[in-house]
Write a protein that binds this ligand. Structure first.
Ligand SMILES: *Cc1c(COP(=O)(O)O)cnc(C)c1O
Length: 465
């Protein structure tokens, strides 16, 4: 397809905005020396250009999107309608609080519901994403030990089945990361945990369900061990859609939690945002939260109230599905994942053959050894069938991994179709392994050099070339 600049012809542009009839205060954007080089096209051409672009991508509105650990579920349009209401969009953060009372009610109500769902006592909506929520929560833990004068607590224990952001956030918050290995069931090895805790333990970060999609059955024992050693317990609740309305981190002994509103509470988030990763904590840590009027607060982690419109969508979602809908969504997320897992496991070996939560991990090491077909080849083949591939090569503790998260919003018919496609691809891999390295064959772009695309993306049009 042509770039919009290649379609452009001088003088073809349409002047939509009338000439300025008031004195010009800022003649050109500050610092800009030349006129902006915008493509010149009539509206129909612009429209077609973007429609063509949109058709080349795959979204939840196009088809199945089982991207594990990302929760690419269908998000009801009504939430977008709510977030587009002028009372929520035509406001300014510096406006007098009395004139935006409704917006404060939205935030207060959402905070209250998130407290109830997570079992925490206070929540800050400031963090702008999951990893940002982790960083914020870790600063609460740091502030707590510091206020007690317990400065030797410099280590955060992170199981190797944690989400990759956990060790990264702990390091960013100035802690030393102590990694502990999982046991043969894919969960925290209690002996390794006991050996790791001590007087230098600031806390533990637990991703639950962990990155192999499992709920740790020893969770109460885990939080007890950490507390007895004087550490605090952090719950990565990015994927709360597996447990919400059924089990609460606060009841499992956790002191701090973050949830991803984009993922669990309905905000479309392909393409990088906007997200929201509220931090919640128990009452004894509330005074450290950002955005609260407290001298002990760690300070703001983001301007004003955070990504407010994401909060509006989350509240609209919770209110529209209601008290019964919250646990029902979790039950369906878990049911759908287990249904697919059971229908595939005779040919797609599971990393851990146990009841999973909202996602499961396939291990294709054996297929690769026998046929040379890798997890990448299988993932690429799915593109020809109109489904988005699962997450590949994650978690790192499973080799040739594919991580499948069907989400709660898919019907049984869609799951059955996807299962049939997974099975057909497996058959092809066994019968024609060579052909698998060429997949996909029906997409506009086939196998880009992913490293180069990520490291040196060409995002600027070369006018001279
Ligand atoms: C997605 C995810 C994160 C990170 O969230 P971002 O919004 O991408 O920063 C952290 N932990 C888990 C378990 C996740 O799935």
């Amino acid at each position: 397809m042509k770039l919009i600049f290649e379609r452009s012809r001088a003088g073809r542009g349409t002047q939509y905005i009338p000439e300025c009839d008031v004195p010009v205060v800022i003649p050109n954007a500050p610092g800009r020396e030349a006129t902006l080089r915008l493509p010149e096209l009539p509206e129909t051409e612009v429209d077609r250009h973007y429609t063509e672009l949109a058709k080349q991508t795959h979204g939840v509105n196009d088809g199945f999107y089982p991207l594990g650990s990302c929760t690419m579920k269908y998000n009801p349009q009504i939430n977008e309608e709510a977030a587009a209401l002028p009372g929520f969009t035509r406001i300014h953060p510096l406006q007098d609080a009395d004139t935006v009372k409704g917006c404060h009610v939205v935030c207060d109500t959402l905070e209250k519901y998130l407290c109830e769902i997570t079992g925490m006592d206070a929540v800050s909506l400031q963090p702008a994403a999951g990893a940002h929520g982790e960083f914020t929560g870790l600063l609460l833990i740091k502030a707590y030990h510091r206020e007690k004068g317990d400065l030797k607590r410099t280590k955060i224990i992170v199981p190797d089945s944690a989400h990759g952001t956990n060790p990264a956030s702990a390091a960013m918050a100035g802690f030393q990361v102590v990694s502990i290995a999982s046991d043969d069931k894919g969960c925290v090895d209690l002996e390794a945990l006991k050996a790791a805790v001590g007087e230098d333990t600031a806390g533990l970060m637990l991703t639950n369900p962990n990155t192999v999609g499992l709920f740790d059955p020893n969770i109460l024992e885990i939080t007890r061990i950490v507390h007895e050693a004087g550490g605090l317990c952090y719950y990565d609740g990015a994927n709360l859609n597996a447990v919400m309305g059924i089990a609460r981190p606060g009841d499992m002994g956790f002191d701090v939690v973050h949830v991803n509103l984009h993922k669990t509470f309905s905000t479309p988030h392909g393409g990088g945002g906007p997200g929201s990763g509220p931090s919640g904590c128990k009452a004894f840590l509330a005074k450290y939260l950002p955005g609260k009027e407290s001298p002990e607060s760690i300070g703001n982690v983001r301007s004003f109230g955070g990504n407010f419109l994401v909060a509006v969508k989350a509240l609209a979602y919770i209110l529209s599905i209601g008290r019964e809908g919250v646990p029902a969504a979790a039950e369906n997320a878990v049911l759908n994942a287990n249904y697919m897992k059971e229908k595939l496991k005779d040919i797609y070996p599971l990393a851990y053959d146990r009841t999973c939560m909202h996602e499961f991990v396939i291990c294709l090491e054996e297929l690769k050894e026998k046929t040379g077909v890798s997890a990448l080849d299988v993932a690429k083949a799915m593109l020809d069938h109109g489904i988005h591939p699962p997450t590949m090569y994650f978690p790192l503790i499973v080799h040739e991994a594919l991580m499948v998260e069907p989400t709660e919003t898919e019907t049984k018919e869609t799951l059955d179709e996807a299962i049939a496609i997974f099975r057909a691809i497996y058959d092809e891999a066994v019968q024609h392994p060579e052909a698998m390295h060429e997949k996909p064959v029906r997409t506009p772009i086939r196998r880009p050099d992913e490293v180069q695309a990520a490291r040196t993306p060409v995002i600027r049009y070369d006018f001279e070339g």
